[in-house]
Design a protein around this ligand. Structure first.
Ligand code: CP
Ligand code: NVA
Length: 332
């Protein structure tokens, strides 16, 4: 056991409020510097491993472009082709990668895997999504909310609707609680986050002053919300058959123009970590249409394509926040 590097980010609670805000401020600066063409490369000579057990577009590209912009190199190990977890244990892989790389990003299934990697690598390990947590997504989500709602974070109200027990919803719950925000989660009880996650949020809220609402009543939950978030109804790693039970359970929580109107605000913004099932331009979207007669699932195409939707600003901010994380951990 070489010990977990203090600059690892495995779940939101690895950060305190000041640490989270420091990363956000750094991301804002890096975004400005990049757009002005005056970015200073602080990661020259650094090597970063990107280990993916699951697919990715944004997270992989954000790590790759962030590293490149800052002068570091990356090595991508995809779901196939390395020995990890098959011929070589996580702890042995961690000790090998830790000898060659300055930092390791990991996306996969079990949270325990990224924790074991961090326990044995001796270099910073960043969780690029597990079944349980998606901390780098939460960084981009808050950065984006702050861009569209300047002022104290404590004044921001947001509501996540749908599968409130997934990695993105849990991360937003705990993040909002850490930062003192007005956090609402609306979804069917069968899909509520585990009690220990809700307890963590309440414990953080006692310190930060966050307001937390977990309810099945979606109309009450979105009232006054400045941001409405959702995510796919079946996450990576869950059986495809889950769609059969999730569609009837979650259809009342679909984000439609009517639901956005129920906030009572004209300026409510729609957010989604992406990818999204909002039309029939994907294989999954066509399957959902054929099987359930739904055009789009968790969000209507009308909302997704509307001027209320800030999903691509949110996606871009994955780059700036992940870059801030890398520079904070490895910058010189
Ligand atoms: N939001 C997100 O993590 O996207 P990818 O799965 O494309 O990385
Ligand atoms: N909850 C989704 C997020 C994808 C970025 C999943 O885990 O598949």
């Amino acid at each position: 056991m070489t010990g977990r590097h203090p600059r690892s980010l495995l779940q939101i609670t690895d950060l305190d409020e000041a640490g989270f805000l420091r990363l956000l401020d750094a991301a804002v600066l890096l975004k400005l510097q990049k757009s002005a063409g005056v970015e200073v490369p602080l990661l020259q000579g650094k090597d970063i491993a990107l280990v993916f057990e699951k697919s990715s577009t944004r997270t992989r590209c954000a790590f790759e472009v962030a590293a490149h912009d800052q002068g570091a190199s990356v090595t991508y190990l995809g779901p196939e082709g390395s020995h990890i977890g098959r011929e070589e244990s996580i702890r042995d892989t961690a000790r090998v990668l830790g000898r060659m790389f300055d930092g390791i990003e990991f996306r996969g299934f079990a949270q325990e895997t990224v924790e074991e990697l961090a326990d044995h690598a001796g270099v910073p390990v960043w969780n690029g999504l597990t079944d349980q947590w998606h901390p780098t997504q939460a960084l981009a989500d808050v950065m984006t909310m702050r861009e569209f709602h300047p002022g104290p974070l404590q004044d921001i109200s947001f509501c996540f609707v749908g599968d409130v027990h997934n990695n993105v919803a849990r991360s937003l719950l705990v993040t909002g609680a850490l930062l003192g925000m007005d956090v609402r989660l609306a979804g069917p009880k069968a899909l509520w986050p585990a009690p220990e996650v809700v307890q963590t949020a309440h414990r953080l809220a006692e310190v930060s002053g966050a307001r937390i609402l977990l309810t099945e009543d979606v109309t009450a939950a979105v009232e006054g919300a400045a941001f409405v978030h959702t995510d796919v109804w079946v996450s990576m790693g869950e059986p495809q058959e889950s769609w059969d039970e999730r569609v009837p359970l979650l259809t009342p929580y679909r984000v439609t123009a009517d639901l956005l109107r129920a906030t009572g605000r004209a300026d409510t913004r729609f957010m989604h970590c992406l990818p999204s099932v909002h039309d029939t331009r994907t294989e999954l979207g066509r399957r959902v249409q054929q099987r359930f007669g739904l055009e789009g699932a968790e969000v209507s195409d009308e909302v997704f394509e509307s001027s209320s939707s800030i999903v691509f600003d949110q996606a871009e901010n994955r780059l700036h926040t992940i870059k801030a994380l890398l520079v904070d951990a490895l910058g010189q």
